[in-house]
Write a protein that binds this ligand. Structure first.
Ligand code: 13P
Ligand code: SF4
Length: 312
């Protein structure tokens, strides 16, 4: 048992002492979002990681995010509060199988969602996030065949948005696949003036019910700029913290999950592995630190940098 430690005070002290920057995703617990230097979506956090002059990057998010930060900063220390904080979507794309799939489809440009491992990024031509995916795909000539991985839901949505027929890898995020359309309809009937908004990792039947689809930052901006008073939000529940801070007078309702899903609600068990104690400990001991093989890193950075270049 740790004796009485004021984590807020200690984390702030370590931040100064070690010239550390804390980057937190919108799906992190409230206390972590409150103490972070930068809170944002996957693109914003990758951009902040690329431009930081801190000596240590503390990534309050999941493994692929910290790994991307390390690839962008090979000489800096990058720590993640819990090394087990993975991602079901990244796990749904094993490198060996993906390399074989790529081989079966030569002449395709490979666009991958940032939610994947360094090995997959090294097999990719360009990385994207949900906030820049359309722009990145639109930058590729229309007659160029594309493989899109690993998210089949985001891929199908982008096929519609861009008028393409990209070849999709069959992966998914278990949190965004857990929403129940039946329960969503029942909830909407109780709140008929509400606007349904969704993250594009959600399944097609959820996206069909939504009047706005966007990344976490897109969803936040939409609610802030809308005249509506009630919103039903289909994404990970951590976003509610920032959404409620931004919109104290609006009613924000999380979209309901199926009863038999693997997570109890629309919470990402990986994102929720991080807590204040683990954040403090990883800053104090500079562990667990993310390491990426040098050769792998050199290959993976090409597709990440192409994305950053196109996102300026
Ligand atoms: P964005 O914050 O980029 O929309 O990504 C959502 C997500 O699933 C991160 O794991
Ligand atoms: Fe991965 Fe889904 Fe969790 Fe995001 S919400 S980290 S995509 S499992």
């Amino acid at each position: 048992n740790t004796p009485d430690i004021d984590y807020v005070v200690e984390i702030k002290r370590l931040k100064k002492e070690k010239n550390a920057v804390i980057l937190a995703h919108y799906y992190q617990i409230d206390e972590i979002q409150a103490i972070a230097d930068f809170v944002g979506d996957s693109l914003y956090l990758a951009q902040k990681a690329a431009e930081t002059d801190a000596d240590m990057i503390v990534f309050a998010g999941v493994h692929f995010m910290a790994e991307t930060a390390k690839i962008l900063n090979p000489t800096k220390k990058v720590v993640l509060p819990d090394l087990k904080a993975g991602c079901s979507l990244a796990d749904s794309c094993p490198p060996k199988e993906f390399a074989a799939f790529k081989k079966e489809h030569p002449n395709h440009v490979v666009v991958t969602y940032i939610n994947c491992s360094a090995e997959i990024k090294a097999l990719s031509d360009i990385v994207c996030t949900s906030s820049n995916a359309k722009k990145i795909i639109d930058s590729i000539p229309m007659d160029q065949p594309i493989i899109f991985a690993p998210d089949r839901n985001l891929g199908a949505y982008l096929n519609k948005e861009t008028g393409r027929e990209m070849l999709l890898w069959d992966g998914a995020c278990m949190v965004h696949e857990a929403f129940s359309v039946e329960k969503l309809i029942t909830l909407y009937q109780k709140h008929p003036t509400a606007e349904i908004i969704a993250h594009p990792e959600s399944q097609a039947h959820i996206l069909k019910a939504a009047s706005y689809i966007g990344s976490t930052s897109g969803l936040l901006n939409h609610v802030k700029n809308s005249d509506k008073e009630t919103f039903i939000v289909a994404t990970e529940a951590g976003i509610l913290y920032q959404m409620m801070l931004d919109n104290p007078d609006k009613e924000i309702i999380p979209a309901p999950a199926k009863e038999d899903n693997t997570c109890a609600c629309s919470e990402c068990m990986y994102m929720k592995m991080n807590n204040m104690k683990k954040l403090y400990l990883c800053m104090q001991y500079e562990l667990p630190a993310i390491e990426v093989d040098k050769d792998l890193s050199k290959k993976a950075i090409v597709s990440i940098n192409r994305m950053l270049e196109l996102s300026k």
